[in-house]
Structures are given as C-alpha cells and as structure tokens.
Design a protein around this ligand. Structure first.
Ligand code: SAM
Length: 321
C-alpha cells in the first residue's frame, strides 16, 4: 500500500537499518544526483530537505518525510508549536528550531552555516509544501547560491489538492497564491485574471472569503468557480457554481476553515465577446474618430473599427451613411 518500497531501489547512505516506520533508513534517490562534498571534495556538506507535511489529514504524510524528520540533525519549522504536535504524533524527537517569515537573514545565515558544516536540515512549514506561499523560498535560494544540496520530499500541497478536486481543466493552470493586499497591485492581478485562459488557483483566508468572492464576481463576471474548504479534513467541502453565486453564498456567513479558490479560465470566444461589448459603448462614429485622432488613415481606421466590433467593413460603411 502507499509508497512502500520507495526506499528499496535506491542507494542508502545515512544511518542504515530500519526506522520506526518499518522502511530501510537512507536517503532515497538523493545519492544519485546530489553531491555530498563541498567544492574542495573534502568537507562533507549537509542537505536541506524540503519536507511536505499534511494539510489536514495526518495520514497524508509520506514514509520518506517521516524518515527524514527522524534522521535529520535539525528540523526548521515555520511554527515550532504546530510542528511539535506533528512530531509528537509520530514519536519523532529530532531537535527543532524556528524559521518563519519574520526570522530574517540572520536565521537563514545560521542555517546555511550549519548546512555548510555538514548538518542536515529538514524544512517544514505549518502545512503543505515548503516554499509554496510560505517561508522556504529564500532559504532554498541561499542554498543554491552557496552550492548546498537541496532536495524535495513531495507530498501534500493545497493548490494541487484543490485543482484536482475542482473539476476545472487541469492541463494548464496558473497559481496566484494570495491576492496582493495593496490596492493597485490587487487591481492589476484582477485585471490579468480577466483574460487568463488557464485555470487559476488562489489561496484565501476564511474571514476574507466573502469579500474576495464579491470582488472577483464584480471583476470577472459569471465565471465558474470551485471553493475548496478544509481539504482532507472531516468537514472538507467544495462549493461549485458561478462567482456571483459564490459571492451570495459566502457573503453573509461566517466561514470557517482554510480555503482555496479555483477559477475557470476565460475562453477566447468569451473574451472576444467581452471586447465587442466594450466597443459597443461607443457609437460607430466615435469609434472611427478615436482611430482618426491617432493619425490613422480613414481606410485603415474603418478596417480596425470593423474588426473590433466583429462585423464587416460594409456594415461599418452602412452605419456611417
Ligand atoms: N505551503 C502550503 C501548501 O503547500 O499548500 C500553503 C501555505 S499558505 C500559508 C496557507 C494557505 O493554503 C491557506 O490560507 C489556504 O488557502 C491553503 N490551505 C492550506 N491547507 C488547506 C486545507 N486543508 N484546505 C484548504 N486550503 C488549505
């Protein structure tokens, strides 16, 4: 069942023997493509392990993550109290230190030093995959700069869980994370989403869900949406409908639990239709005058007006008579 056997077909390099989870100890796969020595080839280097942890259901932890959490010299956690609960649940006693968005450069440099000295560090965040809308990115970048090996232990990620559950197209998608808070950036992101053809995945806090759905509805119209709440937890729920329906549904209620918004991409035909409607706020004369004012020749301007409005040039000539 599950991922049993994953550790068996790759070289084992660290503490041999069987861990509490019954699998052989060792670093699956890592030995094949990640160097263990520094530039000189003398000094052993540590490895930064990006450990994905459950976003709700503790059974979603992988066997490999459990083993690395046990074997690492240190676990760097976004919130040590939160991670301690996870470690206690699995009887893991590895030393813990904090690494969060307010930790600053000093803490990152301290971890880099430990890695350079040969210590192995498991990085975990409160839930899901480190670096996805949470701390981790900066530390990985520093490791890359310093030539320190980094490897990933894939597992739960709210974005992927929601996308796959949404029923929306998953062949092409984009991840927006949390919408920006500053007004201008937020408006720019919403604007970009208006013509986004791919499925878009957004993170949102429950207390802001109602307001965000209203904003999305005002900006994107009756686009289809799936709101995935409390994924992998007892009260997991998915709302599927249009943005105005979602805005009405979540507007008046006190929403609980973390949530992910999955937005359907816009189709080319819908975009064309929207553009056409926008031009219809101008009369044909005004539309033509706009291009002429830009210094365009009348023939060229007429052609563009026809194109914008999705009609023939003859229709435009007739309208101008
Ligand atoms: N790194 C994490 C990941 O891999 O998904 C995401 C961290 S981000 C700080 C937290 C956001 O993830 C929440 O605000 C919510 O949007 C989403 N999230 C996390 N757990 C979730 C769950 N069980 N159900 C729905 N959304 C969740």
């Amino acid at each position: 069942m599950g991922e049993a056997g994953m550790g068996q077909d790759v070289p084992r390099r660290r503490k041999e023997g069987r861990g509490k989870d019954g699998l052989p100890a060792g670093e699956a796969g890592l030995g094949q493509d990640v160097p263990r020595t520094g530039e000189t080839g003398q000094r052993p280097q540590g490895v930064l392990y990006l450990c994905a942890t459950p976003i709700g259901n503790l059974e979603d932890i992988t066997l490999r993550v459990l083993r690395i959490l046990r074997e690492a010299d240190l676990i760097a956690a976004e919130d040590t109290r939160h991670t301690l609960k996870l470690l206690n649940h699995f009887g893991i006693k590895t030393a813990l230190t904090s690494y969060h968005k307010f930790s600053g450069d000093t803490k990152a440099e301290h971890l880099i030093r430990l890695l350079a000295e040969g210590k192995s560090i498991a990085l975990v965040t409160d839930a899901g995959t480190p670096s996805i809308s949470d701390p981790g990115e900066g530390l990985v970048r520093r490791c890359v700069e310093e030539g320190i090996p980094v490897t990933t232990l894939p597992g739960p990620c709210a974005c992927i869980a929601a996308l796959t559950l949404s029923g929306m197209g998953s062949a092409r998608f984009c991840f927006e994370g949390f919408l920006p808070t500053p007004k201008r950036e937020r408006a720019q992101t919403l604007d970009a989403l208006r013509c986004e053809e791919r499925t878009a995945v957004l993170y949102e806090a429950p207390h802001r869900l109602g307001k965000t759905m209203q904003e999305l509805a005002a900006s994107l119209g009756a686009r289809r949406v799936a709101v995935c709440r409390e994924l992998t937890k007892i009260h997991e729920a998915v709302f599927r409908g249009t943005l105005p329906e979602a805005a009405a549904y979540y507007g008046g209620q006190d929403v609980k639990g973390e949530c992910v918004i999955v937005l359907e991409g816009v189709t080319r035909a819908a975009m064309e239709e929207e553009k056409r409607k926008a031009w219809e706020t101008l009369t044909v004369e005004e539309h033509l005058a706009m291009y002429l004012a830009k210094g365009m020749a009348r023939k060229e301007a007429l052609k563009l007006v026809a194109q914008d409005r999705g009609v023939s040039k003859r229709d435009i000539y007739n309208a101008l008579i």
